[in-house]
Ligand binder design. Structure first.
Ligand SMILES: Cc1cc2nc3c(=O)[nH]c(=O)nc-3n(C[C@H](O)[C@H](O)[C@H](O)COP(=O)(O)OP(=O)(O)OC[C@H]3O[C@@H](n4cnc5c(N)ncnc54)[C@H](O)[C@@H]3O)c2cc1C
Length: 376
């Protein structure tokens, strides 16, 4: 038996950030990870976008806080997160005189973001072309946020884990949890037969592994599913790269310039996820589609060399389009943080700080109230 105040299952960015924030309050933490740290959604190639654009209003207070945290996070944790404040563009194709809604949508997003203190502004075509010269003439403008950027998901999770370890958190890799035993002192059973007990709560930061673990523990599963987003790495001709983190209001696209000259293309195209083997692989048809969409927005990406196609990082989705952050009805000592919809990374620093406050004080911060698990 090895007791801690909080037992965290899962060593992605959420498990490690929660470990750091909880141990910083003076509570003891043990984190167990099935594999190595940061090998699933918080692993894989490339970087992650740190963006406000395109989010539900309920996430905007968190993204506002997180955008303030990111620039100094490496210094706080004592290790590099790879954050680069590139600025983010959400492109709009249609002009209002064409009777399309692109601008109206962009204006509505901008107005909403401004009410949450975000620095987003609308750019007309000329200003957009000056900022991002390679963008296709079809782009009529953009919503621009100078505070957005990209960061390295793996480095960030490892930085949180190292900082948590320095403050006394115990971190065990290669330790899959077989099941949870609920009760006044909930316990988890590891594959090697060890039982770990929590004095306060068990925290499931297990992302795609959440329902399988609940099922093995004879607890009700949550309404969520797993998807494997597809990531392409392209070396463009003449070493062309976009300059910003770029998304599109109407197209399935996210483009990130990486420091090695490669352009990362993702944004919602799916690979094929096999729940039996817990592996994902790219789908040829969506590779072609993704490259076509990227080239329609950045013509200089057309005909570039495809260096890698990856769909090995599973992410979890919920019917409401919002994550779940709550104690389970089945046991109020088991807390779940999952359902990040392909954009959980950017807000992790803010979410982890508030969730740690909730777990240690027993009071749910208002900013996390929208992420209740409401099953009736
Ligand atoms: C390809 C891709 C692109 C993305 N792009 C962006 C982006 O641009 N911007 C953004 O903000 N977000 C993005 N995201 C989302 C973001 O990366 C995720 O929301 C975030 O990394 C989730 O972190 P996590 O810790 O919840 O999950 P994970 O990193 O998946 O960690 C969960 C961990 O739990 C472990 N685990 C599961 N079951 C068990 C068990 N029984 N016992 C022990 N351990 C267990 C797993 O091994 C895993 O390491 C992207 C995600 C993907 C996959």
């Amino acid at each position: 038996m090895d007791d801690a105040d909080f037992l965290i299952v899962g060593g992605g960015v959420y498990g490690t950030a929660l470990a750091y924030e909880i141990v910083s309050t003076g509570s003891s933490v043990t984190l167990v990870e099935a594999d190595r740290l940061a090998t699933r959604a918080s692993g894989g190639p490339g970087k992650r976008g740190v963006r406000a654009n395109g989010r539900n209003s309920r996430e905007l207070p968190l993204v506002h806080e997180a955008l303030a945290q990111w620039p100094s996070l490496s210094e706080l944790l004592g290790a590099e997160t790879g954050f680069e404040r590139l600025g983010g563009l959400m492109l709009v194709d249609s002009a209002p005189e064409q009777g399309e809604i692109g601008w109206a949508r962009a204006e509505a997003h901008q107005r909403l973001q401004a009410t949450f203190g975000l620095a987003s502004r609308l750019l007309a075509r000329d200003d957009l072309a000056a900022l991002e010269p390679g963008v296709a003439p079809s782009a009529a403008g953009a919503l621009f946020n100078p505070d957005e950027g990209i960061a390295d998901q793996r480095s960030t999770a490892l930085a949180y884990a190292a900082a948590a370890g320095k403050l006394g958190a115990s971190i065990r890799e290669s330790s899959p949890v077989l099941d949870i035993n609920p009760g006044s002192r909930p316990a988890v059973r590891l594959r090697d037969g060890t039982t770990l007990r929590a004095r306060r709560a068990v925290v499931l930061a297990t992302n795609h592994g959440t329902n399988a673990l609940l099922e093995r523990s004879a607890m009700p599963v949550l309404p969520l599913w797993t998807m494997a987003p597809q990531v392409l790495m392209v070396q463009a001709k003449d070493d062309y790269q976009p300059r910003h983190l770029v998304g599109h209001l109407a197209k399935t696209l996210s483009v990130k310039p990486l420091s090695d000259g490669i352009t990362m293309i993702s944004g919602g195209m799916r690979g094929r996820w096999d729940p039996r083997t817990n592996t994902g692989r790219p789908v040829d048809a969506s590779i072609g589609e993704s490259l076509d969409v990227a080239a329609s927005v950045f013509p200089a990406l057309a005909g570039g060399a495809l260096m890698t196609a990856d769909a090995g990082s599973p992410e979890t989705y919920t019917p409401d389009g919002l994550p779940y952050l709550d104690f389970l009805d089945a046991d109020r000592r088991i807390f779940v943080a999952t359902g990040w919809h392909g954009h959980g990374f950017a807000i992790a620093p803010a979410v982890a700080r508030h969730a740690a406050d909730w777990l240690t004080s027993g009071r749910r911060p208002d900013v996390l109230a929208p992420f209740r698990i409401r099953l009736r």
